[in-house]
Design a protein around this ligand. Structure first.
Ligand SMILES: [Zn+2]
Ligand SMILES: [Zn+2]
Length: 209
């Protein structure tokens, strides 16, 4: 089993979201068995927070393999299903972070206003560490609501032929191709009006402190 340190190494920092993901995925593996080397385990995650990095490292359900499915519901819910049996576990996170003290509130306020003084950073860091510790050491039943049973399996990842975009010359998989003025094009070329091909960046929304 992967350790919390393994996950921190992959993710780049230690944070409460990652700790939640660790608890969720270790519980799932304990209930369902082996880490996925191929596609025998599927994870369906309902948010794209830090926790999902823990899911990938611990369970082996990864974005690239296609056995990590993202449903953008903004919920702290994680479902793991075994192929081909359909045996699964649905885990909903039900955790309340402890009330902030007045001191912590004051320091957080200063932090949000850009104050990076040592006392502010220490308080913010300590609070984060306290949360991580609480999450890692909580009882399952105080942190996670679990439902087990037979569940519907999502379709397996498919391999599609590539088509060449008539505008930029890059390849796109067939189901993602679009038709623009009678020509087959990729989505960025289909959607762009005047902005450059690589001009649009998405801002990552990170909701896990
Ligand atoms: Zn994080
Ligand atoms: Zn294109």
């Amino acid at each position: 089993m992967k350790t919390f340190e393994d996950i921190v190494e992959f993710h780049g920092h230690s944070c409460p979201g990652l700790a939640i993901g660790y608890r969720v995925s270790t519980l799932a593996l304990n209930e369902l068995g082996e880490r996925a080397s191929d596609e025998e385990l599927v994870a369906i995650v309902e948010n794209n927070s830090c926790a999902v990095d823990a899911v990938q490292v611990v369970t082996g359900c990864t974005f690239g393999k296609g056995n990590l499915i993202f449903r953008d519901y903004g919920e702290q819910v994680y479902t793991f299903i075994k192929r081909p049996s359909g045996d699964g576990i649905r885990i909903s996170v039900d955790w309340k972070s402890p009330e902030e003290t007045d001191e912590e509130k004051r320091m957080w306020d200063r932090y949000m206003k850009g104050d990076r003084s040592e006392e502010v950073l220490r308080t913010v860091h300590d609070r984060k560490a306290k949360k991580i510790n609480l999450i890692l050491n909580a009882k399952d039943e105080d942190l996670l609501k679990v439902t087990k049973g037979n569940m519907d399996l999502p379709e397996e990842a498919k391999i599609y032929p590539s088509l060449t975009c008539a505008i930029c010359g890059e390849k796109a998989m067939e189901p993602r191709a679009r038709v623009k003025n009678g020509k087959i094009v990729c989505i960025p070329c289909f959607e762009r009006s005047d902005e450059k091909r690589y001009g649009v960046y998405h801002e990552r929304h990170n909701n896990e402190g």
